[in-house]
Design a protein around this ligand. Structure first.
Ligand code: EPU
Length: 421
């Protein structure tokens, strides 16, 4: 296993490019199960999570050829409706093969993913939506077994305690594309990744109205076709790079290939802190004042502030004089990074569902442990901004969602390298 070593405080400069979106790629790869025709998917990031999804797809009856950024996905003529525990348990995103398998094959047996470090993460909304389409669902031996000769369109409400669900919306929308009649999903997730999946399905021949809104209307069709499709840029990777630039008060970093319109909640919070974010010849840059203001943040489903940038924003606030309060309304327990940031000199305490951040002058390098993907990104930002050497252990978490992060950071002058544990 590798660790990531960062010599902090080095001046960074230059362009850093954003890869394709992980959270778009995962359901879009799953959506290819809806057709027997070949699909080419462009801009797929090479990550541990996308590789897991590819392995899963191969086990479900697809051939996947991996090109530079592209995947060519074809059928091998032997569809298999069983998604095994050993693959689904390592990555919750793989649960979204349930909808496509069921609607295409009339049955699906998909392992329940289980909880993870960021929370309990139930799948009740996925099952509620699939059941509303007429599937008979049983749970047996840790697997969801869903059966329906032909799913039937239905009008349903898919909001839960924490608002809409990204992957439940994806699962039900995919299932509805081949159902008989019309499905209306109220309280659908509006994340750009769901819009991307909607565009992909429409390109395959699905009939979907209301793209990007909380009300999706899907009219089932008999068959979907193969397509060539390019995935959107990863807004969370882009936001992480913006927060690196902000935390280092560095106006020399330019982010390439990102979509600023997907980052407005972050841009707005940075503005409140006094940091201007602007576009210049297709690049996104920041302009930092000498002193930032502390800013409180609460995460919500899109277009609210993303939970996937909460940890990284906390690193920034830990370096801003004054007090800020950070609350996660999507994953109220996603605070594993607090203890690690405190090991680097931050002053953060948890009070119930809030993190109270008292800004400090400086962070100092230390050995720290990555607990999940975004917590790792928060530690990378801290390590780059800190004085001295930081060692981030368990970086396989980082490899789940940040393509070539060490190489990309080296490209802008960071002293970052991998070492064997
Ligand atoms: N929830 C339920 N019941 C359900 C589904 C979700 O109560 O059936 C709850 C969750 O426990 C959570 C909230 O609803 O409190 C929102 O969860 P959601 O279902 O939207 O999360 P997800 O679809 O499982 C995706 C991303 C996550 C991201 C969340 C929220 C993928 C592969 N994963 O997960 O990404 O945090 O949406 O935006 O798209 C990450 O990339 O680091 C990551 C964790």
């Amino acid at each position: 296993m590798d660790k990531l070593v960062i010599e902090g405080g080095k001046p960074l400069k230059g362009e850093i490019e954003v890869s394709g979106s992980k959270n778009s790629a995962l359901p879009i790869i799953a959506a290819t199960l809806l057709t027997d025709e070949p699909c080419v998917i462009d801009n797929v990031p090479k990550l541990r999570d996308t590789m897991t999804m590819i392995k899963l797809l191969r086990s479900l009856g697809k051939n996947v050829d991996i090109g530079k950024d592209k995947l060519l996905i074809t059928s091998n003529g032997k569809p298999n409706p069983v998604a095994e525990y050993k693959l689904v348990s390592t990555m919750r995103g793989s649960f979204c093969v349930l909808g496509p398998l069921l609607t295409k094959l009339g049955q699906a047996k998909v392992s329940l993913p289980g909880g993870c470090i960021i929370g309990v993460r139930p799948v009740d909304l996925h099952l509620k939506g699939i059941a509303a389409l007429g599937a008979k669902i049983t749970i047996d031996g840790g697997y969801v077994i869903a059966k329906a000769r032909q799913l039937k369109g239905a009008h349903m409400y898919l909001g839960g305690t924490f608002g809409s669900s990204v992957l439940a919306t994806a699962n039900v929308m995919m299932a509805a594309t081949l159902a008989k009649g019309e499905t209306i999903i109220e309280s659908a997730a509006c994340e750009p990744e769901i819009e991307d999946l909607t565009d992909f399905l429409i390109a395959m021949g699905a009939k979907i109205k209301g793209k990007g809104s909380p009300r999706l209307c899907i009219t089932g069709v008999k068959k979907l076709k193969g397509v060539n499709y390019k995935i959107i840029p990863d807004r969370i990777e882009a936001g992480t790079f913006l927060l690196i630039a902000a935390a280092m008060k560095n106006d020399q970093i330019a982010i390439k290939g990102a979509s600023m319109s997907h980052l407005m909640a972050l841009v707005d919070k940075l503005k409140e802190a006094g940091i201007e974010v602007y576009e210049d010849k297709g690049l996104i840059r920041v302009k930092s004042p000498k002193k930032f203001k502390p800013v409180s943040v609460t995460t919500y489903p899109y277009p609210g502030f993303p939970t996937d940038l909460q940890a990284q924003f906390m690193t920034l606030m830990s370096l801003v004089e004054g007090i800020s309060i950070i609350t996660d309304k999507v994953y109220p327990d996603r605070f594993m990074h607090i203890a690690e940031l405190n090991r680097m000199g931050a002053n953060i305490r948890r009070e119930g569902t809030n993190a109270i951040v008292q800004g400090v002058d400086k962070l100092f390098g230390a050995p720290v442990m990555a607990s999940d993907l975004r917590a790792s990104a928060a530690l990378v930002i801290a390590g780059l901004a800190a004085k001295g050497r930081t060692e981030i252990h368990r970086i396989y978490h980082l490899e789940r969602g940040y393509e070539n992060i060490d190489e990309k950071l080296k490209g802008i002058g960071a002293k970052v390298y991998r070492e064997k544990e």
